[in-house]
Every structure is written in C-alpha cells, then in structure tokens.
Design a protein around this ligand. Sequence first.
Ligand code: ADP
Ligand code: MG
Length: 250
Amino acid sequence: NEARLRRSENLASMTTMAAGVAHEIKNPLAAMAIHLQLLRKAFGRKESLTLDDAQRYLDVLDEEISRLNSIVVDFLFAVRPMDTRLRLAQITRTLEEVTNFVMPELSEHHVRMKLDLPTSLPKLEFDEHLIKQALLNLIKNAMNAMEGGGMIILQVRHDQNQVLLKVIDTGIGMDEQTQQKIFEPYFTTKATGTGLGLTVVYKIMKEHKGDITVQSKLGEGTTFTLYFPVPKSERLALDSQAMTEANYEA
Ligand code: ADP
Ligand code: MG
C-alpha cells in the first residue's frame, strides 16, 4: 500500500512536472513560429527584407532553440534517475576544463572568472559529467545575476573530511525569502527561466553524498558552496603524508 501510495505520488509529481514543461515549451515554440513566418514573408517580397532584419530573426530563432534545449535538458536531468558513475580523480582538471569552456561566453558578458585552488587536494569520488553540468548551471546563474559584468571565483578548500567548492559571484544577490525557495523545482525569478537548474545541482550533490548551501546578500553577491566528502582511502593517504612530514621534522 505504501509502495502504491508512493507510486501515485510520483505519478502526480510527474504529471505536474510534465505540465510545467509543456507550458515552458509553448512560449519558445510560439516565438519560433512567428519569426519563421516573418522570414518567409520577407523572402516573399525580397526588397523589404534587409540583411539586418533577417539577421535579427535568425538570432531570435537561435536563442529560442537554445532555450528549448535547456528546458528539455534540465527537465530530463531533473526527472530521470541519474546514471551516476563515481570515479576517484582530481577535481582540479575538471574545474580547469569548465573554466576554459565558459570563458568565451563570460567575456562576452564582461564577466571575469578566477580559479582559486589549494596547492594540494585529495582525490574525490565524482562523476565528471554530472559535476560539469552542476558547475555550468551555477556559473550560468552567476552570469545572469551580473548584467553589467562582474567576477566569478571558483574557490576550493579542504580539511580532513570534506572538500568545499565555492562558486562566488558579485551579482545582484537574493533576499532571504528567495533563498528559501531556490532549490524547489520550477522556482524562477527570470522571464525565461526553467527554475530547474538548482534542482538539478541539488540532486547531483545528493548523488555524491554531498551537499549544497547558499549565502547571499542583496546588491552584493552570492556564494554557492558544494560539499564533497573526502573518500576514506584519501583520508588515510593524507594522514600518512602528515606523519611522514612530522617524522621528517623530528
Ligand atoms: P532559473 O535559472 O531557470 O531561474 P535556477 O533553479 O537555476 O532556475 O535558479 C532559481 C532562481 O534562483 C533564479 O531564478 C534566481 O532567482 C535565483 N538565483 C540562482 N542563482 C543565483 C545567483 N547566483 N544570484 C542571484 N540569484 C540567483
Ligand atoms: Mg538557472
């Protein structure tokens, strides 16, 4: 009975989510249809279509396609059971790859990005693909929060038991009330947001037996902190390293 209850709850929440997505998809589709029609009309009477007009219509189509893409990708990430493949590796390289990947778009938006890494770091068990997705979601949000440009810092710190990965921005920040809701599916303050980005990040961190917290101040900026447990094997490695160092000193 409990299982059946859970199943029907799952079904209910899936219906809600599907309805949400259908609703989200309607707007970009409508915009695409309109701009295709404009292009078609313009082609019909060639003289009145300037290249600038055509370029503008194509830009809108481009934008709406990428919006549709993120709606679908975010939705799939949010509802699909994750195929998580944890591997023991250095997260540093992943961070550098993400940084290189987002750099061009960030500089277009006058956003600078800094990587702040410690000299040594234990290896972590993580799914590279999922962590990249999580970081992209956070960086995208940070970028959206800094209309006139700003700074994003990816900062990593660690102690014996956990690694803290902070995404710090100098954006518009959030009030307390907003902070309470941001991890809920479909919560968004953006005209074209899906409200699924942080839901996905939260789910990804749970898959890593980790956590995520937010600190924010209106008008000053926001810091998201991702917590990763340090694997047992790496704790031992750190301990023995500390011991050899101690022996060395003696
Ligand atoms: P979306 O980006 O589609 O709105 P998210 O789940 O990624 O959905 O984010 C939910 C909401 O959290 C955003 O609409 C925004 O209000 C707030 N938010 C998230 N990240 C930031 C940030 N770095 N700075 C300010 N507000 C943020
Ligand atoms: Mg987002």
